[in-house]
Write a protein that binds this ligand. Structure first.
Ligand code: SF4
Ligand code: F3S
Ligand code: FES
Length: 247
């Protein structure tokens, strides 16, 4: 008698919709895919596109959890398709696009537009007060512990999972969200960035920034890079309260 385990037949329910087709309406479609060893949802989606329906839209670039483009709702929870093993899921899997972002079609969303606005609004780059940029000064030695702390926060891949997982943004779309607050924490830590606490207060010292966060914790729960979002948000809140008391 063979000990070989029979492969599962996965039933993949996908929310399909083409917002550019006036005839189309959002609807579910189900595809059957035989599970293989080490299968990820990214592989599943490619199988569907190759063997069942080549019009299925979804995004990917790196297949290694680095580019952040394959984020989607998996059984209602934001995840990266390329880092999600089917073996961790049941036989019935439901996929939908992340909410809040512009829908391109099916599972493909336009996170880039949202992230670009966020980065421009929060000015997520090193601000040096000196007019002439002194490159040597930028290369000044930094303590390895501090460099590691900055690197840890720089691991954000702008996937949007924390945005989709935050109830506050659902109610107030102008809220910066954990992704933005994480970026501010990162630049505030960086000794090359010469913005004062007051200048940071201007950026996030309101309801669209740090005081809008209701500590719902969804962001940290769903972040595929396991960033310490909660502790950074708590740190920024303390810092902003102190700054507001100085004024
Ligand atoms: Fe994605 Fe985490 Fe960055 Fe949010 S903080 S965009 S969940 S990597
Ligand atoms: Fe949203 Fe995270 Fe705050 S889920 S409300 S940003 S703790
Ligand atoms: Fe790049 Fe999934 S394809 S993170």
């Amino acid at each position: 008698m063979s000990n070989e385990k029979k492969a599962r037949m996965l039933k993949i329910n996908i929310l399909r919709f083409d917002p550019h087709d006036p005839e189309d309406v959002p609807h579910m479609e189900t595809f059957k895919v035989e599970e293989s060893d080490g299968m990820t949802l990214y592989i599943v989606l490619n199988e569907i596109r190759e063997h069942h329906d080549n019009s299925l839209k979804f995004d990917f670039v790196c297949r290694a959890g680095i580019c952040g483009s394959c984020s989607m709702l998996v059984n209602g929870r934001p995840k990266l398709a390329c880092r999600t093993l089917t073996s961790k899921l049941g036989e019935h899997i439901t996929l939908a696009p992340l909410p809040l972002f512009e829908l391109i079609g099916d599972l493909s969303i336009y996170t880039g537009k949202w992230m670009r606005y966020l980065n421009e609004h929060l000015e997520t780059w090193i601000h040096d007060k000196e007019k002439e940029l002194d490159v040597d000064k930028l290369e000044e030695r930094m303590e390895p512990e501090l460099a590691n702390e900055i690197y840890e926060l720089d691991r954000c891949v702008e996937c949007g999972c924390c945005v989709a997982g935050c109830g506050t943004i659902q109610m107030r779309p102008t809220f910066t969200g954990a992704v933005g607050l994480n970026k501010i924490a990162r630049y505030h830590l960086d000794p090359r960035d010469k913005r004062s606490d007051e200048e940071y207060y201007e950026l996030i010292g309101d309801e669209d920034g740090i005081f809008g966060c209701m500590t719902l914790l969804g962001c940290e729960d769903v972040c595929p890079k396991d960033l310490p979002l909660q502790s950074k948000i708590a740190y920024l809140r303390r810092m902003m309260i102190k700054t507001s008391m100085k004024n």
